[in-house]
Design a protein around this ligand. Structure first.
Ligand SMILES: [Zn+2]
Length: 349
């Protein structure tokens, strides 16, 4: 049975009538196609920063946990994820299973010695970082470098990060960089990486340069904001100032990034999985338009990751809402249908 959707398609809101020809949308009518849903259509949601498959930092990748985490993403309307770091090499069905989201990943995190979670990721000498990152990107399309970690940790030097970005790009891959220090994000932007993850303490003066270079920002805002109550109760000191001040500055940074034309990506980076709506609300809470908050979690993120929207020839993903989610983000909690690879995967038949 061929599946059909129709309604007002974001970002532009034009009326479309689409049929799933396998895993491709087409406007060519198919007789007796099943109308899955009609309303307001997005080309699926995207969680661009999530680490499914492990319950606690340091745990090995567990296929059962991975599947459960990915099902929670689909429940939330997510049809595509990017994992900038995984606890291990994923099984062959990752990103391929018809019931689970499409997925791109960066393999294990690449970190400096003495930084990052014990038991997770690979520790790499500066001299080896470009070749190790390039080899990972050649395997999976992305590499992920932890440019800095704790409040006192030194960032990866800019020349090392630049060599890594160049080596990754030479393979046709892309580089995501975790940073929570101004030195790390400054080095990442100067190095010409592809995405800055978190961007805590990022100098807003760098935003025009990021926009010019097409460097995306994934603030994982809801994850940080979720820590705020506990953070405020911590003993005063440099560590608290670093995390609390950085978190409080992140919302205004997001608003300034959108204003500067930087592509912002929605990423949850948190447990439980499937909380992309929380991140969309957090982004909207910075004062940007709900249109832009939804873009970060849908069409703009898909474009950044190489997938088209609700147009002929594009992969047949969609999430359908009764009303325009831009005027009511509450719609995100109750999609009428989630379409993945031309099949309706929610609600369950
Ligand atoms: Zn992360």
């Amino acid at each position: 049975m061929v599946l059909r959707i129709r309604g007002y398609a974001l970002p532009h809101g034009e009326f479309v009538d689409l049929y799933a020809d396998g895993d491709r949308w087409t406007t060519d009518p198919v007789p007796n196609a099943e109308l899955a849903a009609e309303g307001w259509l997005l080309p699926g949601l995207v969680d661009a920063h999530t680490h499914p498959g492990a319950t606690s930092p340091g745990d090995p990748l567990d296929d059962g946990v991975l599947r459960e985490d990915l099902l929670r993403h689909v429940d939330a309307g997510v049809t595509l994820i990017r994992s900038p770091g995984l606890a291990g090499d994923p099984p062959p069905w990752f990103g391929e299973d018809p019931d689970l989201p499409r997925a791109v990943h960066a393999g294990p995190w690449l970190a400096q010695h003495g930084q990052f979670f014990d038991g997770w990721g690979n520790r790499v000498d500066h001299a080896e970082l470009p070749s190790v990152a390039a080899a990972q990107a050649a395997r999976s399309g992305w590499a992920k470098i932890i440019a800095d970690w704790g409040p006192e940790d030194a960032a990866v030097p800019v020349d090392v990060l630049k060599a890594a970005a160049d080596a990754v790009h030479a393979t046709g891959g892309r580089l995501a960089v975790h940073t929570q220090h101004s030195a790390g994000s400054t080095a990442a932007v100067a190095a010409g990486v592809d995405s800055v993850e978190h961007g805590m303490w990022l100098d807003s003066g760098l935003l025009p340069d990021m926009a010019r270079q097409g460097i995306a920002l994934t603030p994982t805002l809801s994850g940080f904001q979720g820590m705020l109550p506990g953070l405020r109760d911590r003993p005063d000191g440099p560590a608290k100032d670093w995390l609390l001040g950085g978190t409080e500055a992140l919302g205004p940074l997001v608003a300034a990034a959108v204003e500067a034309g930087v592509r912002v990506l929605a990423g949850t980076d948190s447990h439980p999985h499937g909380l992309i709506a929380d991140e969309i609300r957090a982004l909207a809470g910075t004062g940007i338009r709900t249109h832009d908050a939804l873009a970060a979690a849908s069409w703009s993120a898909r474009e950044f990751l190489g997938l088209g929207g609700l147009e002929p020839g594009a992969p047949a993903d969609a999430v359908v809402y009764a009303e325009d989610p831009r005027t009511d983000l509450g719609q995100l909690a109750a999609p009428l249908a989630v379409i993945l690879r031309g099949r309706r995967v929610r609600p369950h038949a």
